[in-house]
Design a protein around this ligand. Structure first.
Ligand code: G1P
Length: 282
């Protein structure tokens, strides 16, 4: 399930009529990278939970005989894409409730539509298969999600997991959504890839809305931890990186990295960038 309900206010005016998930990184919209990541993980059905001003996403994945030189996603993958709309935007937790019953009884993979995970060939099949494996290892595990260490100043932009972090998956002891960095010692942040079991959907029905009227997924996960069920944090592997396109700065950074390393345009762009930087230094 890919939630794409967020308004993208930090990217205005670029996102006035265009979803932030449709912003291109080189020549593909961000959301296509996310779908391709899920397809590589062996997923064959994707549910988008969309909302106002998000119709461009549906158009993007439709076949278009006038434009297509080939299919966007290889039809041999058998990928089916479904869409539903979040009628009243009420936060990530509320969007996720639309996926209840979409997966099977084991759980649903959730990938946030505004974050790409760069997966180097050396890190194998990627974070989503590792999350599915961790989640499936024991009936005791109610949820698993990806984490990475972030800098102090980034703590207040993420859900923060408290436990005994290291390179290996660990059981979460406590979760806090977007805390002040002085309120938690952990720097282990939730990276926007999850596998959620039925207990999480039950908890989503029970948690209170936050001060801004939103249902937080992190609060539901915290409730599941408090009930004694296991929630596992799985660290991104060395070389795996999450690229968030939620702010102008982070969007420009990911565009720059992907453009400079693209074999079609990278060499010429590097030369041009070197010229520009040289001009600036003079
Ligand atoms: C959401 C989650 C947060 C998580 C983040 C990752 O926040 O609520 O826990 O760390 O995604 O991108 P958002 O970025 O939607 O505000």
């Amino acid at each position: 399930m890919i939630p794409v309900g967020g308004l993208g206010t930090r990217l205005l005016p670029a996102t006035r009529s265009q979803p932030k998930e449709m912003l291109p990184v080189v020549d593909k919209p961000v959301v296509q990278y996310v779908v391709e990541e899920l397809v590589r993980a062996g997923i064959t059905r994707v549910l988008f939970v969309t909302g106002r001003r998000k119709r461009a996403i549906e158009d993007h994945f439709d076949a278009d005989p006038e434009l297509d030189t080939g299919p966007l996603i290889d039809p041999r993958t058998g990928l089916q894409i479904l869409y539903t709309r979040q009628a009243h935007p009420a936060g990530l937790g509320d969007a996720i409730r639309y996926a209840e019953g979409f997966g099977d009884e084991r759980g649903v993979v959730v990938a946030l539509g505004d974050a790409m995970i760069e997966t180097p060939a050396s890190s194998g099949s990627g974070i989503v298969p590792r999350l599915i494996e961790t989640f499936s290892q024991s009936a005791d595990v109610a949820a698993a999600f990806a984490v990475a260490t972030v800098a102090d100043e980034a703590v207040s932009r993420y859900g923060i997991a408290v436990g005994e972090p290291g390179d290996a998956p660990f059981a979460v002891e406590r979760l806090v959504e977007k805390p002040d960095p002085s309120d938690v010692s952990s720097r282990t942040a939730i990276m926007g890839r999850y596998v959620l079991g039925p207990e999480v959907f039950a908890a989503l029905r029970e948690v209170d809305r936050d001060a801004s009227g939103e249902v937080q997924l992190t609060s539901a996960l915290e409730r599941v931890v408090e009930s004694g069920r296991r929630v596992i944090a799985v660290p991104l592997a060395p070389g795996e990186r999450r690229h968030d396109v939620g702010s102008v700065q982070s969007y420009c950074e990911v565009f720059l990295q992907y453009a400079l390393t693209d074999p079609r345009i990278g060499p010429a762009l590097r030369a041009r960038a070197a010229e520009l930087i040289g001009d600036e230094r003079r």
